[in-house]
Design a protein around this ligand. Structure first.
Ligand code: UDX
Ligand code: UDX
Length: 475
C-alpha cells in the first residue's frame, strides 16, 4: 500500500517579493489550517508587509490587500526571524531573486544563484526533522541538483534531518497575480519523491482541481518555466516586428493581430504590439536559455532565442529614435510628457520596464522629461534612470537650447503635458484610455505630438484636438 503523503501544518517562504508575498497570501487564505510564515532579510520590506494600512503593502496588486487582510495575523505571518520559521516548517519555499549575473562566468546571461545557495544553506542549518524544499524562484535547469547537494551535506551530518526537493515554478503575471493564483491554468510540480509531490499537490488541492496539477521530473519542471516565458516573449517580439512593418506599409497591426488571433492554432492572447516586453522574468529567462543552449554546444538554438531579446531592445530604441525624428530631429531642451513608467499596468514594478531605456535615450538626446505614473514613485524612477529629478521650479520657464537632458516627476498627465511638445504613453494604465485630449492639447506647445506606444489613447479625439498622432503598428 502507498504511504499517505505527509500532512503539511507549517510552511515557510524565504523571499517576500512579488512572487513570495502574493503566493503565500493566497495559500494562507485558502488553507486556514496551515501556518504560513514569509521571511525576508530586508527588514523594511517585512515592516511594509505588516503595515496596518493595507494600501502600503510593498507590492501593488489588485485584490492583494483583501487577501492579506483576511489571513494576516491568523495564519499568515511576515517576519525577519528566518531560522525560527525554517525550524517550525514542514515545507520551505525558496522565492528569492535570481537576477542575471553582472560579472564573472556567464555575466550578462547566466542567473546569479548566490541567494538560492545561501537560502539552501540556511535551510540545511536551521531545519528539523523532514523538510520538503520547494523551488519557487525561476531557475536554470538542474539547479535542484545544487540545492540537493547542499541539503544532503546536512542530512549526512546527523541530527535526523532529511529533505525532499521539488520544483514548483510560478506562472503568475504581475497585475493579475491574485486572479492567476486563485484560478491557475495549471500548477506544475517537478520532483522524484512521490510523497513530497503528493504533499504539495494536497496544499494546492484545497482550491485547484487535481487535473490541473501536472507532475513531471525536476528538470522538465525547471525547463518548462523558462520555455513558457521564452514562448510568450517570442510572441511579443514577433508582433512588434510586424508592427514596424505595418507602420512602413500602411497596414494596422491590430487588424493583423485580430486576423491571425482568430486562428485557433495561434490564439488571440499576447499579440499586443507595444514598446517591448519588460518585467523581471522574460529577458532573464531567455538569457538563461541562451546560456544553457551555448553550454550544451547548441549555437543555432542559442542565437535563435537571443534574437528575441535583440528585437525587444531594437523596438525600444526605434521608438526613442522615432520621437526624435518626428520633432524635427532634435529633442534637446524640449519638454516631453511621459505617461506610465511601470513595465505594465496594474503594478508598481519597474524592473526591465521599456520606459527605462526609452527615457534614458531621450535624456541622452537632451530632452526634459516630465514623468507620471499612478503607482511608481519618483525615488524608484530616479534609481532606474540613474539620474536625480530636477525640481519643477528649476524646469519652469527655461527652454535652454542644447541643455543637458533631465527629468522631473509630474503629479498628473495634464501637469506633465504643460508646455510639452509631445506626450508619450509607455504603460497601458486604464486612465490613459479616458484622457481628455482637448484639455491636454490646450496646455501643450504647438506643433504638438502624441506617441502612443500602447495603442490605448483615443487617437481620433487627439487628432481632433490638433495633435499629430503616432500609434504603434499603425501605418
Ligand atoms: C524572484 C525572482 O526574480 C523570480 O525569478 C522568481 O521566480 C521568484 O523570486 P520576485 O519575488 O519578483 O521574483 O523578486 P523580489 O521582489 O526581488 O523578491 C525577492 C525577495 O527575496 C527580496 O525581498 C529579498 O530581500 C529576499 N531575499 C533575497 C531574502 O530574503 N534572502 C536572500 O538571501 C535573498
Ligand atoms: C510573465 C509571465 O506572463 C508569467 O507567467 C511569469 O510567471 C512571469 O513573467 P509578467 O512579466 O508579470 O509575467 O507579465 P506579462 O503580462 O507576461 O507581461 C510581460 C511584458 O510583456 C510586459 O511588459 C507587457 O506589457 C508585455 N506584453 C504582454 C506586451 O507587450 N504585449 C502583450 O501582448 C502581452
Amino acid at each position: 500500500m502507498l504511504e499517505a503523503p505527509p500532512t503539511i501544518h507549517s510552511i515557510c517562504c524565504i523571499g517576500a517579493g512579488y512572487v513570495g508575498g502574493p503566493t503565500m497570501a493566497v495559500i494562507a487564505d485558502r488553507c486556514p489550517h496551515i501556518q504560513v510564515t514569509v521571511v525576508d532579510l530586508n527588514a523594511e520590506r517585512i515592516a511594509a508587509w505588516n503595515d496596518a494600512d493595507l494600501t502600503r503593502l510593498p507590492v501593488y496588486e489588485p485584490g492583494l490587500d483583501a487577501v492579506v487582510g483576511r489571513a494576516r495575523g491568523r495564519n499568515l505571518h511576515f517576519t525577519t526571524e528566518v531560522d525560527a520559521a525554517i525550524a517550525a516548517a514542514d515545507m520551505v519555499f525558496l522565492s528569492v531573486n535570481t537576477p542575471t549575473k553582472t560579472r564573472g562566468v556567464g555575466a550578462g546571461q547566466a542567473s546569479d544563484l548566490r541567494w538560492i545557495e545561501a537560502s539552501a544553506r540556511q535551510v540545511a542549518a536551521a531545519s528539523q526533522g523532514h523538510t520538503i524544499v520547494v523551488e519557487k524562484s525561476t531557475l536554470p535547469v538542474r539547479t535542484a541538483e545544487a540545492v540537493k547537494a547542499i541539503l544532503n551535506g546536512a542530512q549526512g551530518s546527523g541530527g535526523g534531518k532529511t529533505f525532499s526537493v521539488l520544483s514548483n515554478p510560478e506562472f503568475l503575471a504581475e497585475g493579475t497575480a491574485i486572479q492567476d493564483l486563485e484560478g491557475p491554468d495549471r500548477v506544475l510540480i517537478g520532483g522524484e519523491d512521490p510523497a513530497a509531490i503528493d504533499a504539495l499537490a494536497s496544499v494546492y488541492g484545497h482550491w485547484v482541481a487535481q487535473e490541473r496539477i501536472l507532475r513531471t521530473n525536476l528538470w522538465s519542471s525547471e525547463l518548462s518555466k523558462l520555455t513558457a516565458n521564452a514562448f510568450l516573449a517570442q510572441r511579443i517580439s514577433s508582433i512588434n516586428s510586424i508592427a514596424a512593418l505595418c507602420e512602413a506599409t500602411g497596414a494596422d497591426v491590430r487588424e493583423v493581430g485580430r486576423a491571425i488571433g482568430t486562428d485557433s492554432r495561434i490564439g488571440p492572447k499576447f499579440l499586443q504590439a507595444g514598446p517591448g516586453f519588460g518585467g523581471s522574468c522574460f529577458q532573464k529567462d531567455i538569457l538563461n536559455l541562451v546560456y544553457l543552449c551555448r553550454h550544451y554546444g547548441l549555437e543555432e538554438a542559442a542565437a535563435y532565442w537571443e534574437s528575441v531579446v535583440g528585437l525587444n531592445t531594437w523596438q525600444q530604441q526605434r521608438i526613442a529614435r522615432l520621437v526624435v525624428n518626428s520633432l524635427f530631429g532634435t529633442v534637446s531642451g524640449k519638454r516631453l510628457a511621459v505617461l506610465g513608467f511601470a513595465f505594465k499596468a496594474d503594478t508598481n514594478d519597474t524592473r526591465e520596464a521599456p520606459a527605462i531605456r526609452i527615457c534614458r535615450d531621450l535624456i541622452e538626446e537632451g530632452a526634459q522629461l516630465a514623468i507620471v505614473d499612478p503607482k511608481v514613485d519618483a525615488a524608484q524612477i530616479a534609481r532606474d534612470l540613474e539620474h536625480s529629478p530636477v525640481s519643477a521650479d528649476a524646469a519652469a520657464g527655461s527652454r535652454p537650447l542644447g541643455a543637458d537632458g533631465s527629468w522631473l516627476a509630474a503629479g498628473s498627465p495634464i501637469e506633465a503635458a504643460r508646455g510639452a511638445d509631445a506626450v508619450l504613453i509607455l504603460t497601458e494604465w486604464k486612465d490613459y484610455r479616458q484622457i481628455d485630449w482637448a484639455s491636454i492639447a490646450n496646455v501643450m506647445r504647438r506643433p504638438a505630438w502624441l506617441f502612443d506606444a500602447r495603442a490605448v489613447a483615443d487617437a481620433a479625439a487627439a487628432r481632433a484636438a490638433g495633435l499629430n498622432v503616432w500609434t504603434v503598428g499603425e501605418g
